[in-house]
Design a protein around this ligand. Sequence first.
Ligand SMILES: Cc1ncc(COP(=O)(O)O)c(C=O)c1O
Length: 461
Amino acid sequence: MRAHEAGALHSDIGNRGPAWLRTPVDVNALVPQLWPRTATRAADGALAIGGLGVREIAAEFGTPVYVLDEDDLRSRCRDFRAAFADADVYYAGKAFLCRAVVRMIAEEGLYLDVCTGGELATALSAGMPPERIGFHGNNKSVAELTRALDAGVGRIVLDSFTEIDRLTALARERGVRPGVLIRVTVGVEAHTHEFIATAHEDQKFGFSLAGGAAAAAAFKILDDDVLDLRGLHSHIGSQIFDANGFEVSARRVLALQAQIRDARGVELPELDLGGGFGIAYTTQDDPSSPQELAKRLRKIVDGECAAERLAVPRLSIEPGRAIVGPAVFTLYEVGTVKDVDGIRTYVSVDGGMSDNIRTALYDASYSATLASRASAAPPLLARVVGKHCESGDIVVKDEFLPADVQPGDLVAVPGTGAYCRSMASNYNHVPRPPVVAVRDGRARLIVRRETEEDLLALDVG
Ligand SMILES: Cc1ncc(COP(=O)(O)O)c(C=O)c1O
């Protein structure tokens, strides 16, 4: 659906909720696949995480607040690492990055994908070994590439001929030979349950495979012999549940690998299949485990390599959402509850599109629960909305909350670890919420709340 200019879902009146959303038998129950692994309802009925109740978290840090279950995040890193034991797992920092998370993923043995100078600075300042950093982006500046070279990042994923020229000149000047991959636009675009093999070349990322630019880029790098071409890269989209897109993309990218071998006698040693592995935002989502993903990807790559008579390259993947997404929920306080003429109940919380733009931007679906207490009231279909000046300022389009939900209650929205804090804004001059990591009954502030003073400090006119 296309969002109305006045805001997403502006004229979507009278919706009784999507067909997949069932009235819950117990409105207080936590559906396990939606919540961080240590989430429970404590004896008092309130949501608890890492052994700590959300009322204590709200009392100490205020609301809204992003709550990170550190054990959950670490266990997802370990799951990916174990499943992809013979591959390199790059955590895609664009999903969410701060120094504490850099340290967590480094300690768990992951690599890190950054795509701007700011992400690189965060990674380096947290002590991420530069050789375990990959640098992405479709418009890396000379300053960013210089910084990446000077830091000694492990690999740079090239996205355009201009960038090849830029990096070649910088590498020559410095007498270094950086490792590079070529980002290939394979003609597969997989988004939210579909994979569409049309209109795929019309996008800003990468070198087109069909148009021959990807092969030309590889030949240019090999012939210039300044950069160390390690392999090909493809990333086909986000929130993918279906392995078909990976199959088509691996087949196409390995055919290019064979073409390069045949033309230049070089078998590139690495292959990156990108990220995009889906997570559960609602009960309709059924993600694969890292083990299932690894098995399927490995089978696809082995099969295609055998067909092309290629040695199997070292694989890497770049999951962001699948590592940090499910580890975080956002805790809000309810400010108003409004029944609009029997059409819909709007539950307004103290944040909104400034801390989670995904609903307005992508028409994304989320879930929610009454977090500060359990309730014996019957389920009520509600829409959780924010406090911003947009009718499209929706956090959760449709969810059953207890009918007695009221101002002062805490509501938690799970699955907000990825692309929420990292895409947060100051719309309406709302300071961005803090991130609190919880583990073993203790909460630790890892990103502090922005203040009005922070906002005014930038306003120097
Ligand atoms: C090149 C690349 N790799 C990895 C990712 C991470 O995707 P996800 O967080 O869906 O796993 C992205 C996301 O946009 C990307 O562009």
